[in-house]
Structures are given as structure tokens and as C-alpha cells.
Design a protein around this ligand. Structure first.
Ligand SMILES: [Zn+2]
Length: 87
């Protein structure tokens, strides 16, 4: 009787190398920048008791439609009317 003890080398259990899952790093909430809104009153300037319009109004659209002030012209964003400034 020869007992061959089979040495079964059990594979060493792999060391658990559970890398810690990278936790979702919470992004620090960026501070909300205050939006600088163009308000209607930027188009007016109070002079005494009068409100003076700083922009011309569109000739086509009538009063109430201000024209954008460019360095050499005024344009209406509503109808596209352009009026060049006289120098
Ligand atoms: Zn217009």
C-alpha cells in the first residue's frame, strides 16, 4: 500500500486587493456668478423728473423699440433697420 499523498497545492487564495473604488468626488459647487442682466432702465437716464432715453428708437417699429448703439451706427434688433451716425 503506497499512499501517494498527493499534495494538492491549493492555489493560495489571491490576496484580496480590492482597490477602493474611487468615490465619486463631489465637485465643489462653483459659485454661481451673478449674471449681469441688461435691464430696461439701463436705457434710460433720469434727468430731474424726466427719463431721457439713451438710445434712439426705431423709426420703423416706432417708440418702444430701442436701437442698439454701435460705434458708427444704430441698429434695430427687431426689424434690422440700420441708421448710421452722422459725424
Ligand atoms: Zn425696428
Amino acid at each position: 500500500m503506497s499512499q501517494k499523498a498527493k499534495k494538492e497545492e491549493a492555489p493560495a487564495p489571491e490576496p484580496k486587493t480590492e482597490a477602493p473604488k474611487p468615490q465619486k468626488a463631489e465637485k465643489p459647487k462653483a459659485e454661481k456668478k451673478k449674471k449681469e442682466e441688461k435691464r430696461t432702465f439701463t436705457l434710460y437716464e433720469i434727468e430731474g423728473e424726466k427719463a431721457v432715453r439713451l438710445r434712439p428708437t426705431c423709426e420703423r417699429c416706432g417708440p418702444g423699440y430701442f436701437m442698439a448703439d454701435h460705434h458708427d451706427r444704430f441698429t434695430c434688433g427687431h426689424c434690422g433697420f440700420t441708421r448710421y451716425k452722422r459725424t
